[in-house]
Write a protein that binds this ligand. Structure first.
Ligand code: PCA
Length: 327
């Protein structure tokens, strides 16, 4: 054994690694906590990768924004400070309107449609990530978004002046159009936002309401089926290129499985979360006609504002998706 090799074997032994000295250790950051099904899925993905590569690649997942704040995850992966990240895709809307096409009402209102929309937008999204030296691995939808309030929402006037927590800019616009006062708040900051009285209500999914114990702050969930927004998991391209071919293949294969598993987890978690909300005393109902009309009107405005902002490419992708749906 030559000197350099014997040294790296020694280092590997010192680090407790049972694999070869060339084994890669990746760092991954996600803003979502361990109670989220997305985080459970990505941790399973990391385990699958370690197993399939015999430890040639290990991915250490740092959840709940503990290592990198949400807004810094993509820049960090781009720079290569960390190798992998997960984010709420629509938070990239200031870069390109295609990223927020899954937070528009009336575009995809079911899991089937949301998945088709992902397939339709994937090539352009992949290209935009590639332009910045990154590669998407998979994307998984949250359950449909609805509205949490501490009163029964039965009148559109109730939105007037209501301080509503929203997870992205488009949802803030939506709240604004309804007459409310939107505040962008990270999922992990939801408890503080309510307990300090910064917000009265929030827009999110059954899943986030459940994992953030919404019953501590609100009493009603209006299951409005607004839209099904996605998280995306992506990596630094150079880090990928440094892996040998077999490891690359194993990684991509595990990612494909994570995507499939994740969409199913989302459906299951939606059911389980709706039950958990009710068991903990939250009244779950669909919007009444008047509220539904107000949501529809705000949604229409949101959609036309998006069309005005969207470039030709993004509009074309949406048209192709809509065309496919009609066929
Ligand atoms: N949960 C995340 C994003 C959408 C969702 O359902 C959140 O509210 O921050």
């Amino acid at each position: 054994m030559n000197k350099i090799l014997s040294r790296s074997v020694l280092i590997a032994a010192a680090c407790g690694l049972s694999t070869t000295a060339s084994a890669a250790q990746w760092t991954m950051a996600t803003p979502y906590g361990d109670a989220s099904f997305h985080t459970k899925n990505v941790k399973q993905f990391a385990e699958d990768v370690a197993e399939a590569t015999g430890g040639e690649l290990t991915i250490n997942v740092h959840s709940g924004g503990s290592l990198v704040a949400h807004g810094e995850i993509k820049p960090s992966v781009r720079r290569g400070t960390i190798e992998a990240g997960e984010i709420f895709l629509s938070t990239l809307s200031n870069e390109d309107p295609i990223f927020e096409v899954d937070t528009l009402p009336g575009v995809a209102g079911s899991y089937e449609e949301a998945f088709e929309l992902w397939q339709a937008t994937k090539p352009l999204i992949t290209e935009l990530f590639a332009n910045q030296g990154m590669m998407p691995l998979y994307a998984v939808s949250w359950p449909a978004q609805g509205i949490y309030t501490d009163f029964e929402l039965n009148d559109a006037e109730q939105f007037e002046g209501l301080r509503v927590r929203a997870p992205n800019i488009n949802t803030q616009r939506f709240v604004d159009y309804l007459g409310g006062n939107p505040t962008e708040t990270e999922e992990s900051d939801i408890p503080t936002a309510f307990s300090t009285g910064r917000v009265d209500a929030m827009i999110t999914s059954s899943s986030t309401g459940n994992s953030m114990t919404a019953w501590d702050y609100v009493s009603h969930y209006t299951d409005a089926n607004l839209w099904l927004p996605k998280n995306i998991v992506f990596i630094n391209q150079r880090a990928f290129d440094r892996l040998d071919e077999a490891t690359q293949e194993a990684l991509l294969e595990a990612a494909a499985r994570a995507e499939e598993r994740g969409w199913q987890m989302s459906r299951d978690d939606n059911q389980a979360s709706l039950e958990a909300l009710q068991q903990n005393g939250i009244t779950v109902s669909e919007p009444n006609e008047e509220v539904a009309e107000a949501l529809q009107a705000a949604g229409n405005r949101l959609f036309s504002a998006w069309e005005d902002r969207a470039g030709e490419q993004a509009q074309q992708v949406l048209e192709e998706y809509q065309q496919q749906r009609q066929d």
